[in-house]
Design a protein around this ligand. Structure first.
Ligand SMILES: [Zn+2]
Length: 468
């Protein structure tokens, strides 16, 4: 896999257009539990070791479905689209997150050559200094064999951000001012797009460097000739943030990523080991994928989903393991994406077999369903979930503390009070989930009428929703 660090280079004459606690302590361990706990501990201790220098990538170590179409009656071909960020009120958090993150893609699909996003809320207009910025920081993306960047929509030559003053100047001479558009776009209202009078000429310098970073993939062939061509994916991102460049002398500079996501990789390895130890091959094949570039924008998973080593249609389902928190005796898990497909039923059954509940998303405002590696498969029509330890039995306090003080900091290391037995249990749970998905008579299906299934897998068979 080849990834490029690059800024876009463009010189364009343009017409613009507006569119718009603490858990109870655990009982003494049995000999078997001790072995399992020691095994996952060894994986995490290796992956979170300082010698791996934080596992930095490249270092050593959707509208017609919702009745929304802002482009109806507008011709944006060869033009720059100026759009407000966010979405109208009244959509689910996951659909909002999906639409808000794919506006440049929509513009490109309608023939636009440039895209400018302006904050919907004038109190939070963005922090661009000067006139305009194309990219404030270096960006990392994968490129295909022709050198095309994976995350720049085809045909789009520039994505721009403007300072607040220049956002307003984009509307000079137009039928409506930016303030008027913002005032119209409150609540569920959707103002119609109109042409702007401004012409933009853009010149930008950029430089890029190429580096490679591997996706690590293992495949356990399925035993049933009728189902072995289908694949269940269990995956976890291996990369983390590397080394803190501006660390002060004596400061811990290494982002060990013990829980983000050495713990997820350890879980996957244990599930893989358990498949072999069971002595019985699964009916479907199972792919184990250690993803790269998750921290840089889900890049490895995106590359794999666009260049899969097996036909994308053969991937029956995906379970993503990202940042379990084995800091307490978890008694429930959250399956982000569980509202969308029958994968949730396999999760519920596996959980029941171990006395582990499956809880609803406790933080829907965070839209986690669209923010981890599994989403790159969802957007290609594959039913996928992200599994995390839940809020029950003290989990909520542990999660809040971790997110406030430890997440993406050098202290996500082996100094944390990790309950190795809880991680081993999490590994067993994920083995049972993957096993159920691999052995089930039918592959998972999107629920009838589900937005993401209808959007990305319109021709696939559907399941009727039932209570778990
Ligand atoms: Zn992370």
């Amino acid at each position: 896999m080849i990834l490029a660090r690059r800024l876009a280079r463009a010189a364009l004459p343009l017409t613009a257009l507006a569119l718009l606690g603490v858990a109870p302590s655990l009982p003494p361990m049995s000999a078997e539990e001790t072995v399992a706990a020691n095994t996952v501990r060894a994986h995490v201790e290796f992956l979170a070791d300082d010698r791996l220098e934080g596992r930095d990538m490249g270092s050593r170590g959707h509208e017609p479905l919702l009745g929304l179409n802002d482009y109806r009656g507008l011709d944006v071909r060869g033009k720059i689209v100026v759009a407000l960020g966010g979405t109208p009120d009244g959509l689910s958090s996951e659909i909002t997150a999906h639409l808000a993150s794919t506006k440049d893609d929509s513009a490109a699909r309608h023939g636009a050559i440039g895209f400018v996003e302006i904050a919907r809320d004038p109190r939070n207009p963005g922090r661009i200094g000067g006139v305009a910025g194309m990219a404030r920081r270096s960006a990392v993306d994968w490129v295909d064999s022709s050198g095309r960047s994976g995350n720049v929509p085809q045909g789009l030559r520039a994505r721009l951000a403007f300072s607040p003053q220049w956002q307003e100047r984009l509307f000079d001479g137009a039928a409506r001012s930016l303030a008027a558009v913002r005032a119209q776009a409150k609540g569920v209202a959707r103002p119609r797009g109109f042409p702007l009078a401004t012409r933009l000429s853009i010149t930008a310098d950029s430089k890029w460097e190429d580096f490679t970073s591997p996706e690590v993939i293992g495949r356990l062939p399925g035993a049933d000739p009728a189902r072995s061509a289908e694949n269940v994916v269990l995956m976890a991102h291996l990369d983390h943030l590397g080394v803190k460049r501006d660390a002060k002398p004596g400061e811990d500079a290494i982002y060990n990523g013990a829980l983000d996501n050495a713990a997820g990789v350890a879980t996957m390895l244990e599930a893989a080991r358990e498949f072999v130890a069971s002595g019985t091959r699964p009916a479907r094949s199972v792919l184990f994928i250690a993803n790269t570039g998750e921290e840089k924008g889900l890049l490895g998973a995106d590359y794999f989903a666009s260049h899969p080593t097996v036909p994308i249609g053969s991937i029956a389902s995906v379970v993503d393991l990202d940042m379990p928190l084995p800091l307490y005796n978890f008694t429930d898990v959250i399956a982000f994406g569980a509202d969308h497909s029958t994968v949730a039923q396999s999760v519920a059954e596996a959980g029941r077999s171990m006395g582990i509940g499956v809880s609803a998303d406790p933080m829907p405002q965070e839209s986690i369903f669209v923010r981890s590696d599994h989403y790159r498969f969802v957007s290609r029509g594959v039913p996928a979930i992200l599994l995390m330890t839940g809020f029950a039995n003290g989990g909520e306090a542990v999660w809040k503390r971790f997110l406030a003080h430890t997440y993406h900091s050098p202290s996500d290391d082996l100094g944390q009070p990790i309950e190795w037995r809880a991680l081993a249990r999490y590994g067993m749970l994920n083995y049972r989930i993957a096993r159920a998905l691999a052995d089930a008579p039918m592959r998972p299906r999107w629920y009838a009428g589900d937005y993401f299934g209808d959007r990305f897998a319109p021709s696939q068979a559907r399941a009727l929703r039932r209570s778990p």
